[in-house]
Write a protein that binds this ligand. Sequence first.
Ligand SMILES: [Mg+2]
Length: 416
Amino acid sequence: MDDASQPYTAPAVPETAPPPGPTLLVKIFGKDKPGITAGLFDTLAAYGVDVVDIEQVVTRGRMVLCALVTVPPGGSSAEGELRATVHSWAESIKMQAEIISGVGDNRPRRTGRSHVTVLGHPLTAESTAAIAARITALGGNIDRIFRLAKYPVTAVELTISGAPTDQLRTALAMEAAHRGIDVAVVSAGLHRRAQRLVVMDVDSTLIQDEVIELFAAHAGCEAEVAAVTAAAMRGELDFEQSLHARVALLAGLDESVVDKVRAEVRLTPGARTLIRTLKRLGYQVGVVSGGFTQVTDELKERLGLDFASANTLEIVNGKLTGRVIGEVVDRAGKARLLRRFAGEAGVPLSQTVAIGDGANDLDMLNTAGLGVAFNAKPLVREAAHTAVNVPFLDTVLYLLGITREEVEAADLHVES
Ligand SMILES: [Mg+2]
């Protein structure tokens, strides 16, 4: 066949799919070992069949290999011979085989496709049953399931068809809250793989602390600051008023405190992994904060972020004045900054992800293509698309369909 003088002519491809003909589903299962796929297709090759579909899974060393192939030319005697040969080959390598006759391909997957990520710590059989029952109740079908991660949480991804994504999201969010697990629902499509922008809140999201409280501790006014925060939470003050009231309490503090506060900031577990992995995948990453540029600029530098915006503490003659400079980053401001970063990054809003924990993150969470409430207050959790309630920021990667193995492989690749 290796005739260089003869130019290769591709076989004519029909414009429409041919009518479904008879097919054989060949299922091989047993202890996984190298060479099974090669062995099966070697065996089948002798009968001149074509491959329609192949799927394989390996779970704790046990494999299931399914091959959907056309029936062999030569009628029932050829098919009988194929069956006998496959069974004796399987026996020879201590595997089991099952061959089922049928017609055509898999049922076409229905429209209304979504990816559902389920995070459990642990993930119980009871929770899994409840999630699956909700999907069925909405007319959805689970087309595929695979594990994304076993550490620090058990994360599985389900591909669903036949159920509207928004209804699925609402129903599964209720079930997740009831079961104490996290579930994220995103519609399937190419956008999930397109380059994206992730924008995070800082206080109690990227870091474990509230920066104003760290400053307050140095000024000896923690109790007063906490009282203003509580008043804002009760709705007696809006964010901007509460910011001015709290910053005023810091007046006279020496600017050397800025370095001390920077050193005290504790990143949330998984923050570095999240950012490092996103950057390697070509994502742009930014932070928006109702806190202070004196801290966020240093985080941007240290973590290699693309964007950072926050309020700026005014410092005159080496002392904090108790005022902030410029436009205040508040609830509306955070959403505005997400739009601005998206514009600068050249990423449509539908391909942005926002992560935050507070009420002032809600506009941003609802403006993004995917808004993730991270260990948030119940009010924020209920209003966001998706909630993560385990204290590991890198679990957001699983919501994007990135597996733990991919995260670890990327680390090895860069280190070697
Ligand atoms: Mg926050």
